[in-house]
Design a protein around this ligand. Structure first.
Ligand SMILES: C[S@@+](CC[C@H](N)C(=O)[O-])C[C@H]1O[C@@H](n2cnc3c(N)ncnc32)[C@H](O)[C@@H]1O
Length: 228
């Protein structure tokens, strides 16, 4: 059994939502901070991994910045991987894998950056994931994440009203559901699992040292950490 829940959404719809919302979820100014802190300073031919890569848009942006990098995106969803492969990135490998499975592994000391965008909140017990990432990161490398952190139900609901209207009006595949508010109630606890302090604490317990982090909306944070 996977450590992360299955999406209740139709795969094509989920993929369309992730694609449509990318610029709002991981905005250019946040990508620039991550690039300046964790990507640009790397030596030649870095290896950059994206866990729960979805349609691959973050690795696409990394490829534009670092054409010398080898890239690996992992996801368990076939539609997401199909979209990522459609990007035509020559140095990217897109791998079907359940990152939450007990046998998921990365080669020790093989990665210069490991990213988890809008992915960490899925893990109720992230200990194995954190240990795997710690072993796989090279000294001087970074764990980078963006994603959901705990907010009030009012802020969570506000986000969804605005986001869903924007997403649904821009993609036929992301057409409205009968009860757009249901998602908000059904999945509030999962998306609001960790505060930024909780994530810092979890990382500290697993041998990471946080270099930079911030909330960039009421609901989203970024974080960049090295291995201590
Ligand atoms: C919210 S989406 C984010 C996608 C992408 N990181 C982004 O920000 O655009 C989460 C992704 O994680 C994937 N995912 C969830 N649980 C997973 C698991 N246990 N193993 C691999 N992928 C998983 C989903 O299929 C989905 O593509």
């Amino acid at each position: 059994m996977s450590a992360t829940p299955q999406s209740p959404l139709d795969p094509a719809r989920f993929c369309a939502m992730m694609t449509q919302s990318y610029e709002n979820r991981i905005p250019a100014d946040v990508r620039t901070i991550i690039a300046a802190e964790a990507i640009t300073p790397l030596g030649p031919k870095p290896h950059i991994v994206d866990l729960g890569c979805g349609p691959g848009l973050w690795l696409r942006d990394v490829a534009a910045l670092r054409p010398d990098a080898t890239l690996a995106g992992y996801d368990r969803d076939a539609k997401m991987l199909e979209a990522a492969r459609g990007l035509g990135l020559k140095k990217a490998k897109w791998q079907s894998a359940d990152v939450g499975a007990a046998d998921f592994a990365l080669k020790p000391d093989s990665c210069d950056v490991i990213a988890a965008h809008f992915f960490f909140h899925f893990f109720a017990d992230p200990r194995r994931l954190l240990a795997t990432m710690h072993d796989a990161l090279r000294v001087g490398g970074s764990f980078v994440m963006t994603g959901w952190v705990r907010s009030s139900m009012a802020d969570f609901a506000d986000f969804w009203v605005t986001a869903r209207t924007a997403i649904e009006s821009s993609s036929a595949q992301a057409a409205p559901t009968d009860d757009p508010e249901a998602f908000c109630y059904q999945r509030f606890a999962e998306f609001n699992r960790y505060t930024l302090d909780d994530i810092r604490w979890l990382l500290g317990r697993h041998g990471f040292s946080v270099r930079r982090d911030a909330m960039y909306t009421k609901n989203f944070a970024y974080l960049i950490a090295g291995i201590a």
